[in-house]
Design a protein around this ligand. Sequence first.
Ligand code: PXL
Length: 272
Amino acid sequence: MSTPPRAPIPTALTIAGSDSGGGAGVQADLKTFLGCRVHGMSAITAVTVQNSLGVSGIYELPPEAVGAQIESVASDIGVGAAKTGMLASAEIMAAITGALDRVEIGPLVVDPVAASQHGDPLLRPDALDALRELLIPRATLITPNLGEIRLLVGIEVSDRSDMDAAADALLGLGSTWVIVKGGHLPTGDAVDLLTDGDRRVELSAARHDSVHTHGSGDTLAASTCAGLARGLDVVEAVRFGKRYVTAAVADSYPLGAGLGPVGHFWRVRELF
Ligand code: PXL
């Protein structure tokens, strides 16, 4: 397949689920891409029926529709970097990796989404093996939260000293880099550990106490993906992503009767 023409701005692709409430998933990713000044594209895996109170329905797309979206944009527009979010099923993951075998894309960030903030499952339990075996080994970076670490490698991270063991176990699944997000640990600043097994970078950010953090994980993975699309190396891209999501968490707002989203407006507010 011939190389796609260069786009005049960086391009990024999200492979993820739709959140009808607009706070997480593809909607958060595309807002993040805009805020990071990259051209955002989407390959939708599933449509969730969702509001601030939780997920009440999931409609998966046919796996071949997911693969076709990826091939279509990669073969014409080009994908500077990509991220995955809600992948729903092993069949969808197989379609994604099949498509990725047929086209060239830039670095891949895998956010191993398993559940919504309300605890609603977004991944079939029998799809965990496919996530470990098909997707994660292709990732430049994986961005699990503490619950996803428990699911993927069976390690309960309860303080800073557990983070290295978790990072080693996660790197054993085959990604080049891993970020262990310490944001949900009870103490002090939010410290994340970023490592490729060789380099070890601690990233801290002031903690903002807000319950309205729907979409924060998606936003970190998408902003880091945008940084990679802009040509940053992994460490710089994660720093770029952390700056973006920290400002978005500080800008979160209530919505509906439940959990509100992180705010993407901080990046465009001065225009109005
Ligand atoms: O934040 C994880 C996530 C990812 N993708 C979709 C979601 C959620 C959380 O609710 O709905 C579609």
